[in-house]
Ligand binder design. Structure first.
Ligand code: GLP
Length: 243
């Protein structure tokens, strides 16, 4: 059983505010902090809140650095379904973060091993991730760490599960357009973050949240490794609340 804080909120908007409070507190105490950022629908209310607070002068991103969890293999940063594009549209273009202080794995790399190593090195040079934001996939994936027989340590290439491609096809014209592979921080990269905040909403996330919090720690449910992280906060709405 996890020792995480589990915060139940009424709706996605409240989730955004509660999560934004954690980000605001960190950025105020450590203006040059390193954020680990995530894509998907779940973080959107948080990003809206961060944009509002930045515009209101409450949060200053001028010294913040950010490293995203993952990117689709093959997509360029200006492809509307790439995660780089998602971050620009939903956060980076609307706050005063410096472009050179934001990194997302390069989906079009020609040298996968070098790109993955450089990604880890950049995070290390920045001093490591202070706060890692996570969503969760229906199969328990975090980033794009799919269920497998081990916990991958570092940023690496992964084949996407059918359940994940199906869940993400809503953003593409058809399932055929959904990439079959991606680059993702490893479980080790995520676990090295000083603080982890996982956001989830909707009844369809309840069962996997239960397995994450209360099930055995197994690479078949990648998020279950969070039971071994010393500082995890899970923010979920009533429908997703698993306890
Ligand atoms: C994608 C992302 C994950 C994200 C997951 C859940 O697969 N790679 O990082 O957590 O989707 O997304 P959503 O929040 O839309 O349910």
């Amino acid at each position: 059983m996890i020792h995480a804080r589990v915060i139940k909120v009424k709706n996605p908007e409240e989730m955004g505010k509660v999560a934004a409070d954690l980000f605001e507190a960190l950025i105020q105490t450590k203006p040059a902090c390193v954020l680990g950022l995530a894509t998907g629908s779940s973080p959107l209310p948080l990003y809206r809140e961060l944009v509002e607070r930045c515009k209101a002068g409450k949060i200053d991103f001028s010294r913040v650095r950010s490293a995203n969890l993952d990117e689709y293999k093959g997509l360029s940063g200006d492809h509307p379904q790439s995660y780089r594009y998602f971050m620009q549209e939903n956060l980076f273009n609307h706050v005063n973060i410096k472009p050179e202080n934001t990194i997302v794995p390069n989906g079009q790399t020609e040298d996968v091993a070098a790109m993955c190593q450089a990604y880890e090195k950049q995070i290390e040079e920045w001093g490591g991730v202070d706060l890692q934001l996570l969503g969760i996939g229906h199969d328990g994936h975090i980033g794009f760490n799919e269920p497998t027989d081990h916990f991958p340590a570092m940023t690496h290439e992964v084949e996407l599960e059918e359940i994940t491609r199906q869940a993400n096809k809503r953003f593409f014209n058809s399932i055929d357009e959904v990439p079959t592979a991606a680059y993702t921080m490893g479980i080790g990269t995520v676990m090295a973050a000083r603080k982890v905040v996982l956001v989830a909403t909707g009844a369809d996330k309840k069962e996997i949240l239960y397995k994450t919090l209360c099930g055995p720690v197994t690479p078949q449910v990648p998020a279950s490794i969070l039971q071994f992280h010393p500082d995890v906060t899970i923010i979920c709405d009533e429908a997703a609340y698993p306890l």
